[in-house]
Design a protein around this ligand. Structure first.
Ligand SMILES: [Zn+2]
Length: 487
């Protein structure tokens, strides 16, 4: 089957590339809801959310209180209050419920704190993201890498499922439409330190998943080809007028025209050997691991706060803080509410050549809260780390971390030091523990345990935006310290 890249329809051009929308992916459709922002919190219209995932049977509203009968559950909300009564349970949201222009608004965290309690269909939602997958909808994902080629760079995107592409060009950027399939990107924006490609951004804010490719400068042509039955996209970015080895038609970088792209048939596999090229390098990669996920909930706290969701929420905050510096790429080891195995999480960090790996957990750290403990790996049954000889050529997979322990400990010191500056936080010295997820990570790696998350301890400090902001800013500072002072 010849891959097809066609010209995108014109109606799209009037839409903005990004806006503040929230996309609900339902089994056969997608719906876009507007986000309203108050402070740093994103809010969604409550009744529209409920009617997308089910049906509101009845409503009772007086000036400051709202009762909603939804399926078998009665929800009670009060304007200005963070508490939501769900049937017989009380759930505390990170932000207060608001009424604006007669519309009841709830913080987006309503989706992870309340929705799983009131709907029966599965929900995939990564806190902090502006998309949610309802029911049997399984999002696709992709991995991105650059390969050097003469006079340009080749962007290779491996998709988890076959994709039907369309390309378009606008304002010096290229847009790759990814068909109707829902996507859950591991990274929203990938920034490259590269002479040809500046960044690759995922966008589905209008309900249409697409990748937006920004070149590093003007005067470049893009030659996309599709292989592996739609699962691999190779896009060569070349200086205009540079000799092209194969006969290809570029997608124009100016104006709004895009050409049909010749098929990838007959194309040779493999990389064109680089010759006299500028070095292709990308920003250092940080791997963030949100502990647990899916059926593996982890620790359970009071008021419906569970560990898997809290970990995911914190990871998104840290990711955003790291990306805001413009100095790092960030990969997340899990997508949505899933539970990859320990080795899968470690492998993702290793294959992306992460320079640091941080696993986030929350658990019972006693009654004093908030408290943060940073752990490095300790092989089970070992109290003293073994003296190691020179690093062997092939590091056994299951002991990869042993060779990074010295650096891991230096990273743990930097993190613990910065965490101790967060107002109100109890912070001691880094500790060692047989944290399984760290065992096979071939990079400096630590686990950060946040607490206390236990049924008899108030979790409101841990879910508060101030605490989470403090934590993510401290993590950024610690990483700067760790990288600036190589041992
Ligand atoms: Zn845990």
């Amino acid at each position: 089957v010849a891959p097809l890249l066609a010209v995108a329809a014109f109606f799209w051009w009037s839409r903005p590339l990004r806006s503040d929308n929230f996309v609900f992916y339902l089994p056969n459709s997608s719906e876009v809801l507007p986000i309203r922002t108050f402070g740093s919190n994103a809010y969604l219209p409550l009744l529209r959310v409920l009617n997308l995932v089910g049906k509101v049977d009845a409503l009772k509203e007086d000036r400051k209180k709202l009762s909603v009968w939804f399926g078998n559950t009665k929800l009670e909300l009060s304007a200005g209050s963070r508490k939501v009564v769900v049937g017989k349970a009380a759930v505390t949201l990170p932000g207060e419920v608001r009424v604006e222009d007669g519309q009841w608004l709830v913080p987006a965290e309503f989706l992870s704190f309340v929705l799983p309690r009131i709907v029966t269909q599965p929900i995939t939602y990564r806190p902090g993201d502006h998309r949610i997958f309802i029911g049997s909808t399984k999002p696709s994902t992709y991995a991105v890498r650059l390969e050097p080629i003469p006079n340009g760079t080749r962007l290779v995107i491996d998709f988890s499922d076959p994709v039907s592409f369309q390309t378009a060009a606008r304002n010096g950027k290229w847009i790759l439409y990814l068909g109707n399939r829902p996507f859950e990107p591991l990274e929203q924006t990938i920034r490259f330190d590269n002479a040809y490609i500046h960044d690759l951004q995922f966008d589905d804010q209008d309900g249409i998943p697409k990748l937006i490719l920004t070149p590093s400068g003007s005067g470049m042509d893009l030659f996309p080809t599709i292989t592996e039955g739609g699962k691999v996209l190779r896009a060569d970015l070349l200086k205009s007028g540079a000799p092209v080895a194969e006969e290809r038609t570029p997608a124009q970088s100016e104006g709004i025209t895009a050409s049909d792209i010749p098929s990838g048939q007959g194309q040779t596999e493999g990389v064109i050997p680089p010759s006299g090229l500028p070095a292709v390098s990308s920003l250092p990669v940080i791997a963030l691991d949100a502990g647990h996920g899916g059926d593996n909930i982890g620790a359970r706290g009071a008021n419906g706060v569970d560990e898997k969701s809290l970990n995911a929420q914190i990871v998104v905050r840290v990711r955003n803080a790291l990306l805001a510096t413009g100095k790092y790429r960030v990969i997340l080891t899990r997508v949505g509410d899933t539970d990859p195995g320990f080795d899968q999480r470690a492998l993702l960090a290793s294959t992306n050549r992460a320079i640091a790996f941080v696993s986030f957990h929350a658990g019972d750290l006693g009654f004093r809260s908030p408290r943060i403990v940073v752990y490095t790996y300790q092989a089970p049954g070992e109290s003293e780390p073994q003296a190691l000889g020179p690093r062997p050529l092939f590091v056994p997979w299951n002991s990869a971390q042993t060779f990074y322990l010295k650096e891991s400990k230096r990273f743990a010191q930097a993190l613990q030091g910065e965490f101790s500056h967060i107002p109100g936080v109890i912070s001691g010295n880094p500790e060692e523990a047989p944290v399984r997820v760290l065992q096979s990570v071939g990079a400096p790696a630590v686990a950060v345990e946040i607490g206390s998350l236990a049924p008899n301890v108030d979790p409101s400090a841990l879910v508060s935006p101030d605490f989470q902001r403090g934590l993510s800013e401290a993590a950024v500072r610690a990483l700067d310290i760790f990288i600036r002072r190589p041992s």
